[in-house]
Design a binder for this molecule. Structure first.
Ligand code: ME8
Length: 502
């Protein structure tokens, strides 16, 4: 059986999930669900980055400085609960304070050390606590971290270093030979320029940290949080603890990340793997960042959007729909509650919801709520286009393909005017039109399954299909035209997306 192993960043545990975190997580969930529908064996890894200075400060800020593990346990429970509530179908929620992860990090460190790629040196320079990253002057904008807009700390400490520059040529060669490794291509160019011009050896330990995984053989130092965090992708599938499982899943098929952390995922991580003698992941896809009402989302601005608020006000599917539809995946965008309201009333209530309601109401009126005889439809190349969009992580396009069927169906109704066909007693034309519309709805529901799973299931039910039976069949048969059986009883039920008064 083919496998699909997808990961998302393990987020810092110093606050609750924002809509930015939900964005990457939902995108990966869409892909995990899509690949499961293809019949693949899927492993979707999510989790928390717990060995960070930021977490310790957050614990101290709420008076839990003497019980950091307790604070982390609470945060992990909150994140996991949130993901579950949002309907995320991850297979494991990994925490970097777990015992198997410490084992994996030690094993990995020793492999890199045995390769002769770790040396002791003194680090003197800049460190941004927000990014947990070492910076050079050239990285800064007006002397500040470009992401956090704070002045980084000047630090000087004895550290262990990783010979990152030893892998410069090998990295460039790999990226050159595998254009799919870093996507979209704009990010690839950014990374190539970084590797060629700016990459230096990197510090992989901290002497001032009291929290985190001790450096093997030197308890006075802790493993640098990014070196530790990246290894979670290996731990998650058994590296160092369950070799058979690790062999089954590694290399990962896709690391999905935001564009803020590509240096770590596309340069440092592959070099670490090369050093440890482990195959590289197939692909790293970096999506864009979004602002909120035109401003950077940040705690200090107080404009952090809580995904749970959106899901509660609307639904999980509306949140998924909006995030995938509003921002072209890979590009930057803006989140605004006004746009969300417009998309809800426009795309969801008027276009999709209304289509489903109209079609089923007509079938009720003219065919006593029974599916009429089969007729040919207008899917054309929709499925191949949808499939390549999903394969290439163009989630916006995948949704757009489903939506073009929605719009075509609405247009079809306006052109055929079934109510006039009924008046004119054009029985065959009326029956064909209604079948085409119903069967197209079934295809739309199948396309929406990974993107808006609850909505897809509701459409199945309205079409008289049994959800479990529908999901139990193979993709190949579900995607064929004409699967909706004549005579089946439709169930009108409530409208999918009742209009909201603005
Ligand atoms: O970087 N727009 O964790 P983090 C889009 N622990 N995506 C956003 C976003 C926004 N406005 N805000 C956050 C870390 N994200 C490390 C990762 S992995 C080995 C270690 C998403 O909590 C996006 O995926 O700062 C981004 O890369 C990630 O959250 C950063 O999460």
């Amino acid at each position: 059986m083919q496998k699909f192993y997808v990961t998302i960043p393990i987020y810092y545990a110093n606050g609750k999930p924002s809509v930015g975190h939900a964005y990457t997580t939902i995108a990966a969930d869409v892909l995990a669900r899509y690949h499961r529908l293809l019949g693949k064996d899927v492993f979707f890894l999510a989790g928390l980055d717990e060995n960070s200075q930021k977490n310790i400060e957050a614990a101290q800020a709420v008076g839990k400085g003497d019980d950091i593990q307790g604070y982390l346990d609470e945060m992990a429970a909150l994140w996991e609960r949130t993901f579950d509530g949002l309907g995320i179908t991850h297979n494991r929620f990994i925490r970097t304070t777990e015992a198997d992860h410490a084992k994996a990090v030690v094993k990995f460190w020793k492999a890199v050390e045995a390769k002769g790629d770790i040396y002791q040196g003194e680090y003197e320079g800049l460190y941004c606590k927000g990014c947990e990253a070492f910076y050079s002057e050239a990285d800064l904008v007006d002397g500040k971290c470009p992401l956090h807009l704070t002045v980084p700390a000047h630090i000087k400490e004895k550290n262990y270093f990783f010979k990152l520059t030893k892998y410069r040529d090998a990295l460039l060669e790999h990226i050159g030979k595998h254009p799919e490794f870093i996507q979209p291509s704009s990010r690839r160019n950014e990374i190539v320029s970084y590797i060629e011009k700016f990459m230096t050896d990197t510090s992989i330990s901290r002497s001032t940290m009291k929290w985190g995984i001790p450096v093997p053989g030197d308890e006075s130092q802790r493993v640098y949080v990014w070196f530790d965090a990246l290894i979670n992708y290996l731990t998650g599938v058994g590296y160092g603890t369950d070799e058979a499982n690790f062999k089954k899943w590694w290399p990962a098929n896709l690391h999905l990340v935001g564009k803020d952390i590509i240096k770590f995922h596309c340069a440092i991580w592959p070099a670490m793997l090369m050093s440890a003698g482990i195959p590289l992941p197939e692909r790293v896809f970096a999506h864009g960042f979004f602002t909120v009402d035109g401003q950077k989302m940040s705690k200090s601005l107080g404009n952090v959007v809580d995904p749970v608020d959106i899901a509660t006000k609307y639904s999980n599917d509306v949140l998924r729909f909006f995030l995938m539809r509003e921002i072209r995946f890979g590009e930057d965008g803006d989140y605004s509650s006004k746009r969300l309201e417009e998309r809800y009333n426009g795309d969801l209530a008027n276009e999709l919801g209304n289509l489903v309601h109209r079609v089923i109401t007509m079938a009720e009126k003219y065919f006593d709520s029974k599916v009429p005889a089969k007729a040919d439809g207008f899917l054309a190349g929709a499925w191949p286009a949808y499939q390549s969009a999903m394969e290439e992580v163009r989630l916006y396009d995948a949704l757009e393909i489903a939506w073009s069927l929605v719009r075509q169906s609405n247009q079809f109704i306006d052109e055929k005017r079934p109510w006039e066909l009924a008046k004119l007693k054009e029985d065959k034309m009326l029956s064909d039109s209604i079948y085409v519309l119903l069967e197209t709805l079934r295809h739309i529901a199948w396309m929406l399954l990974p993107l808006m799973p609850d909505t897809a299931e509701k459409i199945f039910t309205k079409l008289g299909l049994e959800v479990s039976k529908e999901l139990g069949q193979s993709q190949a048969s579900a995607w064929v035209w004409g699967e909706l059986a004549p005579g089946a009883t439709l169930v009108k039920g409530e409208p999918l997306f009742p209009r909201r008064e603005v």
